[in-house]
Design a binder for this molecule. Structure first.
Ligand SMILES: Nc1ncnc2c1ncn2[C@@H]1O[C@H](COP(=O)(O)OP(=O)(O)OP(=O)(O)O)[C@@H](O)[C@H]1O
Ligand SMILES: O=c1ccn([C@@H]2O[C@H](COP(=O)(O)O)[C@@H](O)[C@H]2O)c(=O)[nH]1
Length: 238
C-alpha cells in the first residue's frame, strides 16, 4: 500500500519534545517495515502561527506571512527527517517530482510547505494524487471533521463518513488567511474530491493511531470516501 501521512505541526512539535518526534518517526518506520511505501508532509503548528502573528503585527502581507509559515513547516520536516534514521532523503523535498523520485528510490519523501496561498494539507493531498497513493491520512489535533469547531463548541458532532463533495461544502466557509485553523484546507478538500482519494482525518497525537488506521483500518475519526462508495473495502473497517 502507498500512503501519504500529513502530520500537523501541533501534533509533531507543539513543544519540540524529542521523544514525541521520535514516536512519529517510529510510526513511519513501522509502516515501512510492514511493507508500505510512505510519504510524509509536516505542518507548522503553533510555532508557525506565532511567527505569522508577530509578522502580521509588523505589517507583512499575506504572501510574506505564508513564507514564514512555509519556513517553519520545513524546519519541522527536518525534525521528522532527523527521527527517521536514514530512511528519508537528508532534506525536505521542494516539490512533488523530487518527492516522487525519493519514493521510487525506496526512500520516505518528507515535505513541508511549497508555495503561498495554501497549507500543508494541500501539499499532502497533491502529493497523494501525484504518487497515486492508495490512502491519505491527516494526523491532526482533533479526531476528525466535525459539524462545528470541537475546540470551541462542546456540542460539535463528528462526521464518521463524508464524500469529497461534502468535505468541500463543509470547509468552504472556513477562514483562509495565513495561519488559519481548519481540519483540512479548501484546496486539499478539492484535490481529495477530484482525485477520489481515500482519506482519513484522525487525532494523530498518539502515533500508534496512525499505524492502526493504515495497517488495520481502525480509527475513530472521519473517512472521506469517493461519491457512491457504499461498502467497506478490505482493511478499511470502522
Ligand atoms: N469543523 C471542524 N472540525 C474539526 N476541526 C475544526 C473544525 N473547525 C475548526 N477546526 C479546528 O481545526 C484545527 C485542526 O487542527 P490544527 O490546524 O490546529 O492543527 P494541524 O492540522 O495538526 O496542523 P498545524 O498545527 O500544522 O496547523 C483544530 O484546532 C480545530 O479546532
Ligand atoms: O504550502 C504551504 C504550506 C504552508 N503555508 C503557510 O504555512 C502555514 C502553516 O502551515 P500548516 O499546514 O497550516 O501548518 C499556513 O497557514 C500557511 O500560512 C503556505 O503558505 N504554503
Amino acid at each position: 500500500m502507498r500512503v501519504v501521512i500529513s502530520i500537523g505541526g501541533s501534533v509533531l512539535a507543539p513543544d519540540l519534545d524529542a521523544d514525541r518526534v521520535a514516536g512519529h518517526g517510529a510510526a513511519v518506520e513501522a509502516l515501512v517495515e510492514a511493507g508500505c511505501e510512505v510519504g510524509a508532509v509536516v505542518g507548522g503548528g503553533g510555532v508557525a502561527r506565532e511567527y505569522i502573528g508577530t509578522a502580521r503585527r509588523l505589517g507583512a502581507n499575506e504572501v510574506q506571512l505564508d513564507q514564514f509559515g512555509i519556513d517553519v513547516t520545513r524546519i519541522n520536516a527536518r525534525l521528522l527527517i532527523a527521527a527517521l534514521d536514514g530512511l528519508s532523503a537528508p532534506s525536505p523535498a521542494h516539490d512533488y517530482e523530487e518527492a516522487g523520485e525519493a519514493l521510487r528510490r525506496g526512500d520516505v519523501p518528507v515535505m513541508g510547505g511549497v508555495m503561498p496561498g495554501q497549507t500543508t494539507d494541500a501539499v499532502a493531498a497533491a502529493l497523494a494524487e501525484y504518487v497515486d497513493a492508495d490512502l491519505l491520512v491527516y494526523a491532526t489535533s482533533v479526531d476528525g471533521v466535525f459539524n462545528a469547531d470541537p475546540d470551541t463548541d462542546p456540542e460539535a458532532e463528528r462526521h464518521g463518513r463524508l464524500t469529497g463533495a461534502e468535505l468541500v461544502d463543509l470547509i468552504a466557509p472556513m477562514s483562509r488567511g495565513a495561519g488559519a485553523s481548519a481540519p483540512v484546507d479548501l484546496l486539499a478538500a478539492k484535490l481529495i474530491e477530484r482525485s477520489k482519494m481515500r482519506t482519513i482525518v484522525l487525532d494523530g497525537t498518539d502515533p500508534e493511531r496512525i499505524e492502526a488506521a493504515v495497517l488495520r483500518g481502525e480509527h475513530t475519526g472521519t473517512d472521506v470516501v469517493p461519491e457512491g462508495c457504499t461498502e467497506n473495502p478490505d482493511g478499511w473497517s470502522r
